[in-house]
Design a protein around this ligand. Structure first.
Ligand code: 3SL
Length: 257
């Protein structure tokens, strides 16, 4: 009887979802119960694939000197430096920020020390939230299912954008996640802000052509201008392919959890 009462109370909890398109728009002075950070092109897609392919953990940094200092304390054979500035591999780093480069034979068992232009900034902004995941289109369902299980009262979805500006692709993925949560548990979720309603509308328009949306986005055009990124676009647009849930396990450290 008590068990049934507890279960119905638990199921009645409403997950209040807000979307913030860039780190600068995340409110100051309050914390949600859970946050999900998105950088579809390409940091959180790379994180999902690296953990899926056996990386031990991904440690993220905004500052390159701090990154090099931390990596130097790790056994060299177990560390890889990964990242980009302006979409290009950072000089001296092992890998750029491409999800197709984090192959199992390179990353399995390794700690990846990562810095990117925008994605790591958003992660840094919500690093104190007690449940923190990263999401891309390939692991949308896996993260969605985890959230349905966690049942946070307040959930913030945080996009990365480009240098402080809105990005179409992160908002598309925010809409993809929200749409999944509404489909699975429509009486237990609620949209708190207009940004989330707009993200859902964007998802409804583009869900049949995800790669088209990524290519239309200004950062998609920027990447295409840097050279052939066809394989990256295909990989970043692949919905629900991976079962991995990147979770922050200590400040700045993401593991498959
Ligand atoms: O801005 C970021 O964090 C990156 O994902 C950008 S890029 O796609 O690697 O250029």
């Amino acid at each position: 009887m008590i068990w049934l009462l507890w279960r119905s109370l638990r199921d009645a909890v409403i997950m209040n979802i807000s979307y913030f398109d860039v780190a600068a728009n995340v409110p100051e002075g309050i914390e949600p119960d859970a946050a999900v950070v998105i950088d579809v092109l390409r940091a959180t897609t790379t994180i999902a694939w690296a953990l899926n392919n056996g990386a031990e953990a991904i440690q993220t940094f905004a500052d390159l000197n701090e990154l090099r200092q931390s990596a130097s304390q790790w056994p060299e054979s177990k560390a890889l430096l990964l990242g980009e500035r302006g979409g290009q591999t950072i000089p001296g780093f092992d890998l750029g920020n491409s999800p197709i480069a984090v192959k199992p034979e390179l990353v399995a068992g390794k700690r990846l020390f990562m810095s990117t232009t925008n994605g790591t900034r958003s992660l840094h902004r919500v690093r104190n939230v007690s449940i923190l995941y990263t999401l891309a289109l390939p692991n949308r369902k896996a993260v969605g299912e985890r959230l349905l299980n966690d049942k946070p009262d307040q959930l913030w979805i945080v996009g990365s954008g480009w240098e402080g500006s809105y990005s179409l692709e992160d908002s598309l993925a925010a809409g993809a996640l929200a749409s999944f949560l509404f489909e699975q548990a429509k009486d237990s979720v609620d949209e708190v802000n207009d940004e989330l309603i707009a993200a859902l509308a964007l998802w409804n328009v583009w869900q049949a052509d995800l790669e088209g949306c990524l290519r239309k986005a200004s950062h998609g055009k920027r990447l295409a201008g840097l050279g052939n990124h066809d394989a990256d676009f295909r990989c970043c647009a692949e919905l629900d392919r991976l079962n991995v849930v990147p979770k922050q396990v200590e400040l700045g450290v993401l593991c498959s959890g």
